[in-house]
Structure formats: structure tokens, C-alpha cells
Design a protein around this ligand. Structure first.
Ligand code: CTP
Ligand code: MG
Length: 232
């Protein structure tokens, strides 16, 4: 509960749960699939609520699901208030819909509901860095060899120069809201790319190897085993 212990600016969390999960090929979008009896979205929210119990929470959900998701959130987390809104065509549009509900104050964290294995330590690191430096983007090193495709060939690149980008990404609210005035571009795959386009460099913080994005069916088994080990 760092915001209770230290003087941090007010914070807000935008939880992105509006995707279709097409690569998962499941009968419900992956953020609603259960792991250890609880939906992925529930696991994703838990670490934020434990670190930032007084933050404003915006949950972005699939079109037509605002009422059903509001009811689920009330059942899972009684007494916590959530703003729930519909997502858009791409992740960028979903973030923008969520940001419309927030005031330009304090810091804003944006997280993929599909990354349900993050820990409260990661949330704390991102909040601290965003509060100190204005931006915080968690990344991890790459242990595989990496090649770059170019003009029908492929070239090896130095993996020590590569970082894999995760969420939650945290920003001073004015920086993020200003950056999201931009027109959509396909290169906007995360908040860091949008903020950089507005002319601001981002600060990296250490991510977590276990903070995988649930994407394909195999990831469910892996995620459940990680959660199981933590429960022990
Ligand atoms: N997301 C969203 N709105 C969209 C697209 C994605 O809120 N229009 C969210 C997803 O719910 C997910 C996160 O952004 O939590 C990361 O996206 P991704 O892993 O690509 O999820 P999906 O788009 O749902 O999956 P897929 O690409 O396989 O369809
Ligand atoms: Mg997607």
C-alpha cells in the first residue's frame, strides 16, 4: 500500500479488457477465461487494488458488456467503485475511450487485462518511476537470438540491444492525455509509442519474466501453473 505510506500523486488505472482474443480461439474473450476458478481480469486487477486501494479504476470492456461487467466487478470487489466503458476498434481506441473518463491529475497506469500474472512489486516500481520521472515502461531482456527481416532476407541483431515491452505503463496524466490527442497510427501498439510520438522520451523500468500476455491456448496452462506455485 505504497500510496498510504508515501505522498504519491493521485493515481488512476485504465484496465484494457475490450479485445476479442482471436488468437486464443475460445468461446469467451480470454480476459474472462477462468484460471484457478477466477477470471483472468480478476487476477489482473488484484495487484493494483492491493497497492493502490484509493486509485480511480476505469475498466474498458467489449461493446455491449458494460452492464454485465459492472455487475461482475461489484461481485468480485465489493465496495470498490469502477468506471466501466466500451472499447474501440483497436487497443489505441480502447485506451482513448478509457482516458476520456479521467481528469488530467496525478499519474495514470494503463494495463493489458491479458497480463494477469503481474505482481504488486511491479505495480509499485511503475508507480514510483512514473511519479519521479513522468514516464515508466516495464521491459525485460530477450534470451532468444533475434533476427530482423529486411528485403526478403533476415539479419542477426544483437539481443543485448533489444528489450521486450510489457504493461503496466505509467505516465504523468498530462503527458499521457496530451499524447492521446494524436490521430491513430498502426505503429501505436502501446502507450510508450504514443507518448514518444508527442516528443517525450520514456523511462524504462525492470519488468517481470512471468508477466506474460495470455495470448494462445498454451499460455493458459503456463499461467495456471505460475499462479499455483504462488498459492503454495
Ligand atoms: N484490447 C482492448 N481493445 C482492443 C484490443 C485489445 O482493450 N480493441 C486489450 C485486450 O483485451 C488485452 C490487451 O488489450 O487485454 C492486449 O491485446 P491483445 O493481447 O492483442 O488481446 P486481443 O486483441 O483480445 O487478442 P487477439 O489480438 O488475439 O485478438
Ligand atoms: Mg490484439
Amino acid at each position: 500500500m505504497i500510496d498510504a505510506l508515501l505522498i504519491f500523486p493521485p493515481s488512476s488505472v485504465v484496465m484494457l479488457a475490450a479485445g476479442k482474443g482471436s488468437r486464443m480461439n475460445h468461446d469467451v474473450p480470454k480476459q474472462f477465461i477462468k484460471l484457478l476458478g477466477r477470471p483472468v481480469l480478476f487476477h489482473s486487477l488484484k495487484p493494483f487494488l492491493s497497492v493502490l486501494p484509493r486509485a480511480s479504476y476505469v475498466v474498458v470492456v467489449p461493446p455491449g458488456e458494460v452492464d454485465s461487467c459492472s455487475g461482475m466487478l461489484r461481485d468480485w470487489f465489493p465496495g470498490v467503485s469502477f468506471l466501466v466503458t466500451e472499447g474501440g476498434e483497436t487497443r489505441f481506441h480502447s485506451v482513448r475511450n478509457g482516458l476520456r473518463l479521467l481528469k488530467p491529475e496525478g499519474i495514470i497506469l494503463v494495463h493489458d487485462a491479458a497480463r494477469c500474472l503481474l505482481t504488486s512489486e511491479l505495480v509499485e516500481r511503475v508507480v514510483k518511476c512514473a511519479a519521479e520521472k513522468g514516464t515508466a515502461v516495464p521491459t525485460i531482456t530477450c534470451s532468444d537470438s533475434v533476427r530482423l527481416l529486411s528485403e526478403g532476407r533476415s539479419l542477426p541483431i544483437d539481443r543485448d540491444q533489444v528489450r521486450l515491452v510489457q504493461t503496466p505503463q505509467g505516465f504523468n496524466a498530462e503527458i499521457l492525455l496530451n499524447a492521446f490527442k494524436a490521430e491513430y497510427r498502426p505503429a501505436f501498439t502501446d502507450e510508450a509509442s504514443v507518448v514518444e510520438h508527442s516528443g517525450i522520451d520514456v523511462s524504462l523500468v525492470e519488468g517481470e519474466d512471468s508477466n506474460i500476455k495470455i495470448t494462445r491456448p498454451d499460455d493458459l496452462e503456463r499461467a495456471e501453473s505460475i499462479l499455483n506455485n504462488r498459492a503454495d
